[in-house]
Design a protein around this ligand. Structure first.
Ligand code: UTP
Length: 481
């Protein structure tokens, strides 16, 4: 829209013709006035120069093939105390994190703008019912964890939620319908991420209908720009909040407010910190924390040559590139501001993905492709790492932090995630003497649930358990909350 203010419709259409994208307006004369306005405003959002550059560099130039990993080294990381890490340093980190939380310096941030195509759920992914007994949604789980942490540290923790154009209204209404799950309305802040047009292999912008461009969210990396553009950063600054705890909407196990992680970030004076889990096996599909030159990078599983993924340490036999990325970060507010406002020298790169894009043919009739027919462009948040000062990676235990809901069935599905939630509750309960019987994987034979208000991590669970007298009996359907 901004562009439209300073540019007439005729000029805009002409700029498309000049850029070889005039077909976007092929049906313009057949559209109603309202449809014309929609098309014009979508067209005004697009940076045609950026599209031309992406075509040249990524489609024609095959950017990915140019990667050179000869100087790639595994990233160092802070090992957990029980895995040989420095227990005193972890304790100090936890203390610092708690101090920052009590001082009200921390906001939670969920990226929830994805399309969730693999899950195939009708609605924003955050509204997916996940817990074993209540079937509380992903959003509800995070809301309860944030509420419980805020209570524990006697503070308020604003929660930023990035949506997309597609799911914004549905997300906002979902929270309104659920009274924001008890959070103050002003503390839950929604903003939309940017979007990018899909193009075909010739770099021509695709239409999704005669009056609409095929637009999709610009990737979780778009969160940095969107945090700034939406005014969210300015508001955090006014509130004295400088630390942003970033996590994905699909991972209900996440310790979304983790004092030790926040403390490591602060004591290292890091601008962007990350959690790693040791890769379970060489081919596991997670990104790898690495060092290239003097910069921290994440190299995706699809990019790191298989031979490198399988390399082992000669002394320990462990995988050399062992630090797997689980998309949990702490971001410094000023760092986000700097990157969001930076020029091309610090712009996050776009990655391309070949997708099936519903579109129209030359006559304007709908086409539903059965094979990928177009290209989407996305930015990834971990591409911010090379620009960060003092980035630090800390180890976490997978069972405490990571079980994403990506697929409808099988690995990383709702079923596997529920099983991981149950195993987590059972570990906490059994550490406290509950004696819940389990199979060899740590799974109980029945469903029950620990609400985050009772325990959102082992410490908070233990505190509640100590205050529950007599100790709760855990059996099928028990709800601790
Ligand atoms: P995924 O990479 O799993 O993508 O997102 P997705 O869109 O949710 O799911 P598929 O690939 O279509 O099945 C990881 C996290 O990043 C967020 C998602 O909401 C999820 O929390 N994300 C992804 C965004 O916020 N915006 C995007 O443009 C892409």
């Amino acid at each position: 829209m901004k562009l439209l203010d300073s540019m007439s419709s005729a000029e805009l259409i002409e700029s498309y013709r000049t850029a070889g994208q005039g077909h976007v307006f092929a049906f313009f004369d057949q559209l109603s006035e309202c449809e014309q306005q929609q098309l014009l405003s979508e067209a005004a959002e697009i940076d045609l120069h950026e599209i031309a550059t992406l075509k040249k560099e990524l489609i024609d130039g095959d950017g990915a093939a140019a990667m050179d990993y000869s100087d790639l080294e595994p990233s160092p990381f802070e090992a957990r105390p029980e895995k040989g890490g420095d227990a005193d340093a972890w304790a100090e980190a936890e203390r610092l994190g708690e101090q920052a939380l009590r001082a009200g310096r921390v906001a939670a941030f969920t990226v929830a703008g994805g399309q969730g195509t693999r899950l195939g759920f009708d609605g924003p992914k955050g509204t997916f019912p996940i817990t074993p007994v209540r079937r509380a949604t992903l959003f509800q789980v995070f809301a309860e964890k944030i509420t419980a942490a805020a209570k524990r540290y006697g503070t308020s923790i604003p929660w930023l939620i990035m949506t997309s154009h597609q799911n914004h209204e549905a997300t906002v209404s979902f929270f309104a319908d659920n009274a924001h799950f008890g959070l103050e309305e002003t503390q839950v802040r929604f903003f939309r991420q940017g979007r990018m047009p899909a193009v075909n292999r010739e770099g021509r912008i695709m239409l999704s209908s005669r009056s609409s461009i095929a637009m999709s969210p610009d990737g979780h990396g778009g969160s940095l720009r969107a945090l700034d553009r939406s005014g969210a950063l300015a508001q955090l600054e006014a509130e004295g909040i400088d630390t942003i705890s970033y996590f994905q909407v699909d991972n209900p196990l996440v310790r979304c407010i983790d004092p030790a992680f926040i403390g490591w970030h602060l004591k290292s004076k890091s601008e962007m910190s990350s959690k790693m889990v040791p890769k379970a096996y060489a081919e596991e599909k997670v990104g790898h924390f690495c060092i290239q030159g003097d910069r921290a990078v994440v190299v995706e599983y699809s990019d790191l040559p298989a031979a490198m993924q399988a390399e082992t340490d000669s002394a320990t036999g462990a995988l050399r590139f062992i630090a797997g990325s689980i998309a949990i970060h702490v971001l410094d507010r000023n760092f986000v501001k700097r990157l969001a406002g930076a020029g091309p020298e610090a712009a996050l790169p776009f990655h391309l993905a070949h997708k099936k894009i519903p579109t129209v043919d030359g006559a304007g009739d709908s086409v539903s492709p059965t094979e990928p027919n177009g290209i989407k462009f996305e930015m990834f948040v971990f591409d911010a790492l090379p620009f960060a000062q003092n980035p630090i990676v800390i180890e976490t235990l997978r069972e405490n932090d990571f079980s994403p809901v990506k697929n409808a069935t099988g690995i990383d599905s709702a079923d596997s995630c529920r099983a991981d939630l149950l195993r987590q509750y059972t570990r906490w309960a059994n550490v406290n003497g509950a004696a819940v019987a389990t199979d060899e994987t740590g799974s109980p034979s029945f469903d029950y649930e620990v609400c985050p208000s009772y325990g959102y991590d082992e410490n908070s669970f233990t505190a509640s358990w100590a205050n529950t007298s007599p100790p709760p009996l855990i059996s099928a359907g028990t709800l601790l909350g």
